[in-house]
Design a protein around this ligand. Structure first.
Ligand code: TXA
Ligand code: MG
Length: 316
């Protein structure tokens, strides 16, 4: 085992928290069975206590340790997508303290698909509660450097696992009378899920506040003013006297008003665009720009998740 991994294990066994890599975004992790460790996560993140955390487990068999009355369809999803960026909200067992779940009787759980993170989980005799490792409401981190920038002064350690392969948070599924409901769009598309278990209900038709607390309109936000537009050319004209940063999907914009432009995927690959999105937002946010303009993606597949995050980054 590497010295870094040993250090992470020692800290977590000692009720400390640290940043860990996952395939989606970096997480701010602590012992999910320890109120003391979990309280530290909320304090460091400045996260309101009503906003519950995701519990990361090492394998499917471990699910029974923390959840009960698991619907058959949830097991189908677990077998199809774990380890991977799918989180399921299930009835919790008593070993999960209320502070993890914001007082709810349910717990959100997933198996992350990142070798170093899985090695870490294997070495511990408890699961890890972890929200994304960013200050509340800010841009999620997809590299160790992003975490150092945002939380470096407040956490003892960042376990560096490279750049996150997916770059967007997990998809969250809840259950109503054993029927799956999509609570948060994420790195796995609705279509991929429906190929496995058939049509699912979408949160759009439900009350987000009650089902997934913390799914706030404003989230994932740079400090710089941020605008999403389907018509980049027109929006550039609208703000032509400002210092502009631009995030485009695949084609460069020929316009002298742009200070810095970042192309998410030169090949027009939407998965690569997803992987690079938060990094582009972090980079532009450091340039003292007046405004960041982002191109809206085609509202389909993973483009839907990108648009969701862009929309929340823009919200007032
Ligand atoms: O990809 C991810 O999911 C990343 C990595 C680190 O795993 N984590 C992440 O956590 O995005 P966070 O805290 O940023 O978002 C967790 C969301 C909460 O905002 C809430 O909407 C939902 O999960 N959630 C957690 N527990 C829940 C529960 N018991 N019932 C309903 N929603 C829950
Ligand atoms: Mg988050």
């Amino acid at each position: 085992m590497s010295p870094e991994l040993l250090q992470a294990i020692a800290l977590l066994n000692n009720n400390e928290v640290l940043a860990m890599p996952t395939e989606t975004v970096y997480g701010l992790a602590g012992n999910a069975f320890s109120e003391e460790a979990v309280a530290k996560i909320f304090t460091i993140k400045q996260r309101p206590l009503y906003n519950p955390l995701i519990v990361h487990i090492k394998n499917i068999a471990y699910l029974n340790t923390i959840a009960q009355n698991i619907p058959d369809v949830a097991m189908q999803l677990a077998n199809a997508f774990w380890p991977g960026p799918l989180t399921m909200v299930l009835e919790k067992k008593d070993c999960i303290p209320d502070i993890v779940t914001g007082g709810k009787k349910s717990v959100a759980v997933r198996i992350p698909n990142h070798p170093l993170c899985l090695q870490l989980l294997e070495a511990l005799d408890f699961p890890l509660a972890a929200p994304s490792a960013n200050p509340f409401g800010k841009i999620s981190p997809t590299s160790a450097a992003h975490v150092h920038k945002q939380l470096g002064n407040t956490i003892p350690f960042v376990l560096d696992g490279g750049n996150c392969e997916r770059g967007l948070e997990s998809t969250i599924i809840g259950f109503e009378n054993e029927n799956p409901v999509l609570l948060r769009v994420g790195a796995i598309t609705q279509n991929e899920i429906e190929k496995t278990i058939g049509p699912i209900k979408n949160i759009d038709k439900y009350n987000t506040e009650i089902l997934a607390p913390g799914m706030l309109a404003k989230h994932y936000s740079p400090n710089t003013k941020f605008i999403v537009t389907p018509d980049v050319e027109k929006t550039l004209h609208q703000f032509e006297n400002l210092k502009i940063g631009l995030i485009k999907f695949c084609k460069s914009e020929n316009n002298k008003n742009i200070h810095t432009e970042i192309i998410l995927s030169h090949d027009g690959n939407i998965n690569e665009a997803a992987q690079n999105l938060y990094s582009a937002m972090h980079t532009l946010d450091e340039l003292q720009l007046d405004i960041i303009i982002a191109e809206k993606m085609k509202d389909d597949g993973i483009g839907k998740t990108i648009n969701d995050r862009l929309q929340r980054a823009m919200a007032e």
